[in-house]
Write a protein that binds this ligand. Structure first.
Ligand SMILES: [Zn+2]
Ligand SMILES: [Zn+2]
Length: 225
C-alpha cells in the first residue's frame, strides 16, 4: 500500500529534467496513477514525464488544483495522450475550460464538500482564497503515518488547508506550493515538509526544519507506507 509521489514540474530540477514555473506531481497508490496539476509548459511536462518513465495513457485521474496558468498550462498536451481519465477541478473554474477538458476526459467538479478520488485519496472541498473568483482544491492521501497533503499554490492559506486536513487524520506530510505562508511554527508537528515553486519562505522552512524538510525539484521521489 505504498504511496509514491514524484515531482515532475518545478522551478528546480535534477539533471535531465526541464525546469519551469509551476507545479506538477505524479501520485502512485495501489493500481492508480494520478497527475496533480500540469505546470505551465506542456512540452516540458511531457519530457519530464518521459524521463520519469510515466505514460500519460496510464493516468487514471488528473487533479487540477486551481485555474492559474502555472498549474493548467501543460494540461492539454497531456490530455491528448491520455485514455479518458477522470479530471477533478474546482467547480468555480470557467465553463470554457470545463468544456475543453470534457473533450478528452470525464469531468468531476468539486464543490463545497470533499470528493473521493479513489480509495484512500480525496480532494478537499473547493476553498475560498483572497483572490476574487479563485477557489482551490488540494489532495489528501491516507497513509499509515497520517494524511499526506499535496497542494498547488495554497492560495486559501496553508494553515487553513492543514486545519481542514486534520479533520481526516493527523497530517503527516505537506508537499507543494505554500505561497505566502509565513507562520512556520504552524508546521512543527508535521513530519515531512516539501515546499515547492511559489513558496515565499522556502529557504526559511529548509533552515528551520533541516531534518524533516526536503528541497523540491523535478526528479524528486518520496514514498509513504
Ligand atoms: Zn503556482
Ligand atoms: Zn496559483
Amino acid at each position: 500500500m505504498t504511496t509514491k509521489i514524484s515531482i515532475v514540474y518545478d522551478d528546480q530540477a535534477s539533471k535531465g529534467f526541464i525546469t519551469g514555473w509551476g507545479f506538477s506531481a505524479v501520485i502512485e497508490k495501489d493500481d492508480n496513477i494520478l497527475l496533480f496539476d500540469a505546470g505551465w509548459d506542456g512540452i516540458a511536462l511531457l519530457k519530464n514525464l518521459e524521463i520519469a518513465k510515466f505514460e500519460p495513457k496510464k493516468f487514471s485521474h488528473i487533479i487540477i488544483s486551481h485555474k492559474h496558468w502555472d498549474h493548467i498550462g501543460g494540461l492539454n498536451a497531456v490530455l491528448y495522450q491520455t485514455n479518458n481519465p477522470t479530471v477533478f477541478v474546482p467547480s468555480s473554474i470557467s465553463s470554457r475550460l470545463k468544456a475543453e477538458i470534457t473533450k478528452f476526459a470525464e469531468l468531476r467538479e468539486v464543490i463545497d464538500v470533499k470528493a473521493e478520488v479513489t480509495s484512500g485519496i480525496w480532494t478537499t472541498p473547493q476553498m475560498k482564497t483572497d483572490i476574487e473568483d479563485l477557489q482551490e482544491i488540494s489532495l489528501l492521501i491516507q497513509t499509515k503515518k497520517g494524511i499526506v497533503v499535496v497542494c498547488g499554490c495554497s492560495h486559501p492559506g496553508l494553515d487553513k488547508i492543514i486545519e481542514l486536513a486534520n479533520e481526516y487524520g493527523k497530517v503527516h506530510a505537506v508537499i507543494g506550493g505554500f505561497h505566502g505562508f509565513e507562520d512556520l511554527n504552524y508546521l512543527k508537528n508535521i513530519d515531512v515538509i516539501i515546499p515547492c515553486h511559489c513558496t515565499k519562505k522556502k529557504n526559511d522552512i529548509l533552515v528551520k526544519y533541516p531534518k524533516k524538510s526536503k528541497k523540491c525539484h523535478s526528479g524528486l521521489v518520496v514514498t509513504f507506507e
